[in-house]
Write a protein that binds this ligand. Sequence first.
Ligand code: ATP
Ligand code: MG
Length: 425
Amino acid sequence: MKIQSIRGVRDILPGEIEKWQWVERIAQHVFKRYGFQEIRLPVFEKTALFSRSIGETTDIVEKEMYTFADRGGEQITLRPEGTASVVRAYIEHKLYNPPSVLKLYYLGPMFRYERPQAGRFRQFYQIGIEAMGSASPLVDVEVMTLLLDFFQQLGITGLKLEINSLGCPECRPVYREALKAAIRPHLPELCANCTQRYERNPLRVLDCKVERDREIAATLPRFRDHWCAACQENFTEVCGLLDAACAPYSINPLLVRGLDYYSRTTFEVVSGNLGAQNAVCGGGRYDSLVEEFDGPPTPCFGFALGMERLISLLPDDNSEDLRHRPDVFIVALGDAAARVSIGMAARLRGDGFSVERDYDGGSMKSQMRKANRAAARLTLIVGDNEIAAGKYTLKNMENGEQREIEEESLSAAVTSILNSEPDGD
Ligand code: ATP
Ligand code: MG
């Protein structure tokens, strides 16, 4: 019986993985410039961590978590997102007093039991950022600027940064009631999901994807008319700083987020090229979560970005550059050559070159064909004659030029040929 992978879960194969590695490299470079350090988190945690932080009435906790009892009877959940673990680690290791704000990033797989479709998987990957310890709008704007910088480094265009404010514990309950009152007459027209949301999480009605509900949402009262003075001032400052940073954005009054812990600035980055699953990244401020887990008051700002959706937006023109190409492909003819060349391969690799070879010792023609298929930059030809003469043939696969090289000068010759090539590295 053939066993296949689970629905909504996929392999990332060579050919595609180069893009992932490249994105991860760029992320590390960009994040470092802004002072963010990596934190590597466990893939599973106690269920209560997620249900308490994300919120009992959210889609994630109600229907998307992979939860099970382990062999000791403990309730365990495969992480559906990263922020809860960052907060747990922050408190557990008392990371309270960084020189400035504590700046962390993480990357790795997340798990949600959702209906698999384009841009939606059950195991998917996120890169996330958390800046912990300041309520300053400077933090909001620096993190959003970092994100735009990252997209620019990746060459992705056509993205839109949308922002909104979800108010604070003072003004949110007021808005919630105003919203419920306005939704009430529409209840019979709303989708089943929104009928439930009305009682428990009415703000979520605002970003329902059902067409009819969207029409109704557009007529509902806006949060901005209910912000308290402090939230109003905060939002104005965030917008002013985004302008000062020359960061393009638009205000989306219907933007709310699926997790309970957000307050004040929230944002999404959306793309016109992703179909229905158009959000690449979402995030915002969460000022009370650390305290809710019995940590010290620690206002935070962060985001999570979906890798699959990001990768699908990468411009195609760099995939050829990212392809793995061996520097040297060894064509060894005969048993003696096989023995000699294994030492040569070791030395070349030791000098930092990537070396490939034919393991099955075919004819010159068939080995050269493999070198071509592997897109090797150079081939090194080793046969009985070469061994006897102590000189080996190094062939440049770009232009067909050949050189006779003694073993001692092999690495130097490879370096000089690769450096003279326009795309050599
Ligand atoms: P959506 O509205 O698309 O369900 P979300 O609000 O649930 O998104 P977040 O929890 O904010 O998503 O996660 C941040 C990002 O992670 C999303 O913008 C998206 O790019 C990605 N993401 C979320 N769920 C999935 C999934 N099931 N498969 C692939 N990517 C996902
Ligand atoms: Mg979701």
